[in-house]
Design a protein around this ligand. Structure first.
Ligand SMILES: Cc1ncc(COP(=O)(O)O)c(C=O)c1O
Length: 489
């Protein structure tokens, strides 16, 4: 039986064959480059280092220790087998009460216990990805829009738009102002949408920010709350990086603004938090997403919709136990912040040594690296040209600012928490070699001209046997476009 290429557009739905997933972006292309040639310290030392994936692997050892010490929490163990039947049979979409209690408590803890969360408002979903989609389904109709400050996480184009038909309208944030969100920018975006006959239903903010790694200060959050209240639109706050804040100033949740800043008018029915354990705990594979809405109708509707993306009860059971262990949670959060701070210091310090600056930040699993001085011209074409050199010759997968809808060419997001110290050193060594080589060429030609093909990517004399590697990217290996799909003849 042979294989024949077919045009799947005739067989599948428009949604299935359209580009709504947003995979045609350098953000995902970088992952593919890594998948095709992944770095391994001994087996593939010249491979691509994955620095395009915001994963938190710095504290996995603490979780592993807890799991070993609490075998009954994983019900498929001799110690946990007594609870197996009840848990495996449980299918209520409200979730296990002990899971919701533990999540509500954890959310309060990651906000310094300055606020409390009601377990009855905790709705689960398949990661923050699912939480965003469910929230968009609840709040907007096809064609309606959410305002989103740029630069923003590229997955939003898929999560909020693809299946819901919702649009995203950018809110300009500029490098000259450290990409801070302003009232003027919000007004401009809102007015522009109105001129284009687009109905704005909400504003989506990410705090702490991906890709910037910065947090929103209280004043900005107050501005945001006043704005959405005046316009009578919803506010969705993605707070999935709340426990990745590793130095001062501390994180301020929208929940704190609601509870503490009582002098500003705010209809709580308009406020919704999206949370997840993918970043703060480093569990993206568990697919634990949370919608926490202050609006009863949204809670009820989201809960019904969550039927399409529930968290497995085995995972709920395990996490209920883990997150209720106060001693573990305290130690985990403190250690996580310490390790993230250390990684940030080492990585940004290494970049600074070769004259590369990053936006000052204190959260997240990445830095927002400024390579504007390495662009041949201040254009997105030049940014892509430089990005291709970084991927294919420096062999590091970083994500260009354009994939985050940044309007200023030359910024790149670099993730640093999905690898161990040795891998970071290899990455820094490669960047150093690239910059130095580039400098020589710049001196002779007086402009950036990336002669990196002769870069030495060797690892030097150190042992790298135990370098922690990022697993495969969360997209399938070499995704095929529908035109290339092969079916048996
Ligand atoms: C801001 C933001 N929101 C949502 C997500 C999706 O998270 P999850 O893995 O929980 O679906 C990500 C993942 O990188 C993200 O950075």
């Amino acid at each position: 039986m042979g294989l024949m290429a077919v045009d799947q557009t005739q067989l599948l739905s428009k949604m299935a064959t359209g580009n709504g997933h947003g995979e045609a972006s350098p953000y995902f292309d970088g992952w593919k480059a890594y998948d095709e040639n992944p770095f391994h310290p001994t087996q593939n030392p010249n491979g691509v280092i994955q620095m395009g994936l915001a994963e938190n692997q710095l504290t996995v050892d603490l979780v592993e220790d807890w799991i070993l010490g609490n075998p009954e929490a994983s019900i498929c163990t001799p110690e946990g087998i007594n609870d197996f039947r009840a848990i495996a049979n449980f299918q209520d979409y409200h979730g296990l009460p002990e899971f919701r209690n533990a999540v509500a408590k954890f959310m309060a803890r990651t906000r310094g216990n300055r606020v409390t969360f009601d377990p009855d408002r905790v709705v689960m979903s398949g990661g923050a990805t699912g939480a965003h989609e469910v929230t968009a389904f609840c709040l907007a109709d096809p064609g309606d829009a959410f305002l989103v400050p740029i630069p923003y996480y590229p997955g939003f184009d898929r999560d909020l738009r693809w299946r819901t038909g919702v649009q995203l309208v950018p809110v300009m944030c500029e490098g000259s102002n450290d990409f801070k969100l302003t009232r003027e920018a919000l007004e401009d975006a809102y007015e522009k949408a109105k001129e284009d006959n687009i109905r704005v239903k909400g504003l989506l903010i990410t705090n702490p920010s991906n890709p910037l790694g910065t947090i929103m200060d209280r004043k900005t959050l107050r501005t945001v709350v006043s704005f959405i209240n005046e316009k009578r639109i919803h506010l969705v706050c993605d707070e999935i990086y709340s426990a990745t804040v590793f130095s001062q100033p501390s994180f301020v949740s929208i929940a704190e603004i609601l509870e503490e800043e009582t002098d500003i008018e705010c209809d709580r029915n308009l406020i919704h938090i999206v949370y997840s354990l993918s970043k703060d705990m480093g569990f993206p594979g568990f697919r634990v997403g949370i919608i926490y809405s202050y609006n009863d109708a949204v809670v009820h509707c989201a809960r019904k919709m969550s039927s399409f993306g529930l968290v497995s009860t085995q995972t709920q059971y395990l996490l209920a136990s883990m997150l209720s262990d106060d001693e573990f949670v305290e130690k985990f959060l403190a250690e996580s912040a310490k390790r993230l701070a250390q990684r940030y210091r080492v990585f940004t310090g290494g970049l600074a040594n070769v004259g590369i600056k990053c936006l000052q930040s204190n959260a997240g699993l990445f830095v927002w690296m400024d390579l504007r001085h390495l662009l041949k011209k201040p254009t997105f074409e030049s940014e892509m040209e430089l990005w291709r050199v970084i991927i294919h010759e420096v062999k590091i997968n970083v994500s260009p600012g354009s994939s985050f809808h940044c309007t200023e060419p030359g910024w790149f997001r670099v993730c640093h928490a999905n690898m161990d110290d040795m891998a970071v050193q290899v990455a820094l060594q490669r960047i150093r070699a690239f910059v130095l080589q580039n400098k020589e060429v710049m001196v002779s030609r007086n402009k950036p001209c990336w002669h990196s093909s002769k870069l030495r990517l060797s690892l030097g004399p150190r042992r790298f046997d135990d370098i922690m590697m990022s697993p495969h990217s969360p997209i399938p290996q070499s995704p095929l476009s529908y035109k290339d799909t092969l079916i048996p003849e």
